[in-house]
Design a protein around this ligand. Structure first.
Ligand code: FES
Ligand code: FES
Length: 166
């Protein structure tokens, strides 16, 4: 299924971008300065991915590109041509919560929840990387995801629960 183009004309100021988000294909014409974060939130109405600092400092905007976690605020949408993007809206599998989503609930790993989509996408990337072996590893490798509510202990516990299951 494809979305409609964001621009009907062939403006010289837009460039074609074709990418898949949460298993839905989109072909768009975008201002080349559009970030992936703004593409998701403003063009595709996928507002689960949050804008915190918009400068690569907080991790609220973390999504998965071809399975790797990135800050979508620092990524131009045109760099994602042909990529597979997964956001928090697409991380559940076949209607069931992703194990990380369930673990965050089990461990009360959020308060306001603003950082949570980024935390969960980042944790999914961390688990796929397979580098984290200890609690300290998890803390270090999740250090790009800030939680202003200070739920770090619960977040680490949720990730550990998920790693134990996987
Ligand atoms: Fe992207 Fe803060 S909004 S890192
Ligand atoms: Fe509020 Fe993390 S739960 S910022």
């Amino acid at each position: 299924m494809s979305s409609t183009h964001s621009s009907s004309g062939s403006s010289a100021e837009t460039v074609p971008v074709s990418l898949t988000v949460n298993e839905t294909h989109h072909a768009l014409a975008l201002d080349p300065r559009t970030t992936l974060l703004d593409l998701l939130r403003e063009h595709l109405d996928l507002t689960g991915t949050k804008k915190g600092c918009d400068q690569g400092q907080c991790g609220a905007c973390t999504v998965l590109i071809d399975g790797r976690r990135i800050n979508s605020c620092l990524t131009l949408a045109v760099m994602c041509d042909g990529a597979q993007i997964t956001t928090i809206e697409g991380i559940a599998v076949s209607g069931a919560l992703h194990p990380l989503q369930q673990a965050f609930i089990d461990h009360d790993a959020f308060q306001c929840g603003y950082c949570t989509p980024g935390q969960i996408c980042s944790a999914a990337g961390l688990i796929a990387e397979g580098k984290a072996k200890t609690t300290e590893d998890i803390r270090e490798l999740m250090s790009g995801n800030i939680c202003r509510c200070g739920a770090y202990g619960n977040i680490v516990a949720a990730i550990q629960q998920t790693m134990g299951q996987s």
